[in-house]
Design a protein around this ligand. Structure first.
Ligand code: NDP
Ligand code: 8X3
Length: 249
């Protein structure tokens, strides 16, 4: 039977790679994001038989509801939800950060993720489906300038574990995937379009790729139904841990 997956943030990075990965395996894919032209490019490349684009700002709850309500019959039975849409904005210390950027991260990474999950829970329970949330190592390991971004990802991880508890006995699986450094448009977005900063961060480091993470999402989504990976933390070999900082007078 053809299974259906909804992937948010499918216009770039992990989400776009995951769309390709699941289509290649014969799934039906609902792909969301704001940039309609990027979604259209996916349709142009893969056809619309098993791919349904939904262009909306995930922070707009009414637009989200309307998009879900308008799904064609073939795409209504969602088996897997991948909550991937998200962003970091800025690297300034909290005391210099933009409140507007903080709010955008919370609205996108936390509120929209919870809203979409809430909307799809009845259908996912009915189909004994799965929820795969894209968190981050930033939710576990603080770093200077990570402030609200890290806080939003800590929410994603803890929300995932809480969902597991609540969904006990329903057969619905929930996984928090927590990647480290991966080269996507993430740093371009975070820096307001600074390509040189993005190149400096990833240059010579052999970061993970979007396809690496898409493979991990696919692995989690296709595990035997009696297995649940609760949390999955993944880094490139070139990335590891550093020490605490000490201020001296
Ligand atoms: P990209 O910037 O390449 O992709 C982010 C995606 O999120 C885009 O498709 C974008 O679509 C979508 N998105 C952002 N804001 C909105 C919005 N308001 N409405 C709808 N869609 C939105 O980054 P990544 O692929 O790297 O990021 C994917 C996820 O992975 C994020 O949650 C990120 O925090 C997380 N992550 C990334 C890591 C990395 O190193 N790259 C590491 C750990 C976690 P559009 O702009 O078209 O709306
Ligand atoms: C993205 C990874 O370390 O840049 O979530 O915050 S990090």
């Amino acid at each position: 039977m053809t299974r259906t997956i909804l992937i948010t943030g499918a216009t770039s990075g992990f989400g776009a790679a995951a769309v390709r990965r699941f289509l290649a395996d014969g799934w039906r894919v609902i792909a969301t994001g704001r940039r309609a032209e990027r979604l259209q490019q996916l349709v142009d490349a893969h056809g619309s038989g098993r791919l349904h684009p939904l262009a909306f700002d995930i922070r707009d709850a009414d637009a989200m509801r309307a998009a879900l309500d308008a799904l064609p019959d073939d795409f209504r039975g969602i088996d897997v939800l991948v909550n991937n849409a998200g962003l970091a904005l800025g690297t300034a210390p909290a005391q210099q950060a933009s409140l507007e950027q903080w709010r955008q991260m919370i609205d996108t990474n936390v509120t929209a993720l919870a809203t979409l999950t809430h909307a799809l829970l009845p259908a996912l329970i009915e189909r004994r489906g799965a929820i795969i949330n894209i968190s981050s190592i930033a939710g576990s390991y603080p770093y200077p300038g990570g402030n609200v971004y890290g806080g939003t990802k800590a929410f994603v991880t803890q929300f995932s574990l809480g969902l597991r508890s609540d969904l006990h006995g329903t057969g619905v699986r929930v996984t928090s995937i927590e990647p480290g450094m991966a080269e996507t448009e993430f740093t371009l977005v975070r820096t307001g379009g600074d390509q040189a900063a993005s190149d400096r961060l990833y240059g010579g480091a052999t970061p993970m790729t979007a396809a690496d993470i898409a493979d991990v999402i696919f692995y989690v989504a296709t595990l035997p139904p009696h297995l649940n990976i609760n949390r999955l933390e993944i880094m490139p070999v070139s990335q590891s841990f550093a020490g605490f900082q000490v201020h001296r007078d």
